[in-house]
Design a protein around this ligand. Structure first.
Ligand code: ADP
Ligand code: MG
Length: 355
């Protein structure tokens, strides 16, 4: 028996119906905050809430919620959604009109400055992780469809052929021009795009004078400042596989990014085995280790997005060792016994509460 499970992507239809009826419900799709925490913003709108506004929409295959405090200006959020749309059309591996699609079809080999910047960041983390994170995973990831109605494990031989094309050293940059030493190599920025886009939304909002906000791209959370009263936002780190989205931990942060990669986010089961969406570039199959999730705390969301995927792929020991070499980056690893493992200095830097 198979069934698919996509925790960070509410179905579009359901979403649009709920959008009209109950915006507050949507945020419960992912990382619902505990009593007293505020990872997803206000639950009411109207006279009492004039000085804050929250809206949710579906972009990047996930639920996007932007919550602003100190302003009721919805047009700022609409502009954030327009930015999500624009970046999705640039960076998506699946939208035919995107630059990445054109690059993968080999119909275009020059990139815009923005796409180039993200490819460069992706290459940096591919090298830093020794290839455990690899933006050329595209030939393999395109064979897995975790969002399908009836997902299935790809054909072993097809996957093994696809695997031969994975390797970030097969891609080189000369200015804005990309060249591949292997015609079958495909770029997939899925593991870094949301972080990059969250950083762009923050830039836009800060430029518009916003000083207190939460940008949540399907659980990829980036804060602007803290709460209007000056205290930090309290961001929940979800308990893996918990149907209610109960937080395992709550981290107080101001201005920082909190990004999680986990087996429970997108997966399906086939013949009693769970297949999740973080692939091991050495095998083309989902990473098999004792991790359920990795959360990265960082200033910039692009670093958190890349490193949460990279550390998940590296596993607890190597992932933790990598984090401990990096300044101002902290991690929380959750193993399959639901034990929580903190990187060096995290408990001193953040007053984490629970479990
Ligand atoms: P999410 O997008 O659900 O938050 P991640 O940031 O961990 O999760 O990204 C997972 C996505 O990244 C996959 O859907 C796939 O497109 C891509 N990916 C999967 N495995 C790897 C990998 N080892 N290195 C780089 N990208 C990967
Ligand atoms: Mg990621």
């Amino acid at each position: 028996m198979k069934h698919s499970h996509i925790r960070n992507a509410c179905p579009v239809l359901l979403l649009s119906a709920l959008l009209v009826l109950a915006p507050a419900l949507l945020t419960a799709c992912k990382k619902a905050p505990p009593e007293g925490s505020e990872s997803t913003g206000p639950k009411t709108q109207g006279p009492a809430a004039q000085n804050q506004v929250s809206k949710t929409a579906f972009f990047l295959n996930t639920t996007v919620t932007v919550t602003l405090y100190g302003t009721g200006d919805e047009s700022l959020i609409e502009e954030c959604f327009a930015l999500c749309d624009r970046y999705e059309r640039l960076l998506s591996r699946t939208l035919e009109e995107s630059e990445i699609c054109a690059l993968n079809r080999r119909t275009q080999n020059t990139l815009s400055d923005e796409t180039l910047a993200l490819v460069e960041t992706g290459l940096k983390y591919s090298a830093l992780s020794g290839g455990a994170f690899d933006i050329t995973i595209g030939s393999c990831s395109s064979l897995w469809d975790f969002t399908a109605r009836a997902p299935s494990v790809p054909d072993r031989e097809a996957l093994s052929k696809a695997l031969a094309h994975v390797g970030y050293e097969k891609l080189s940059l000369h200015g804005n021009t990309v060249s591949f030493s292997d015609e079958g190599t495909l770029v997939d920025l899925g593991a870094v795009a949301k972080g990059y886009i969250a950083d762009r939304l923050k830039e836009y909002l800060v430029e518009k004078g916003v000083t207190s906000a939460i940008i949540d791209l399907g659980g990829n959370v980036l804060c602007i400042g803290g709460k209007p009263d000056g205290s930090p936002f309290r961001i929940g780190i979800q308990k893996p596989f918990d149907a209610q989205g109960t937080p395992l931990l709550v981290v107080p942060v101001s201005g920082w990014s909190v990004v999680t990669s986990g087996t429970y986010e997108r997966y399906f089961e086939e013949e009693g085995k769970l297949y999740h969406h973080i692939l091991d570039p050495a095998t083309g199959y989902p990473c098999e280790n004792n991790l359920l999730s990795v959360t990265i705390l960082s200033e910039h969301s692009v670093d958190g997005d890349a490193l949460s995927t990279a550390c998940f792929s590296l596993g607890l020991a190597d992932g933790m060792a990598l984090i401990d070499t990096l300044d101002d980056i902290y991690a929380v690893f959750v193993t399959d016994d639901y034990e929580v493992h903190y990187s060096e200095g995290l408990p001193d830097r953040f007053s984490v509460s629970g479990p």
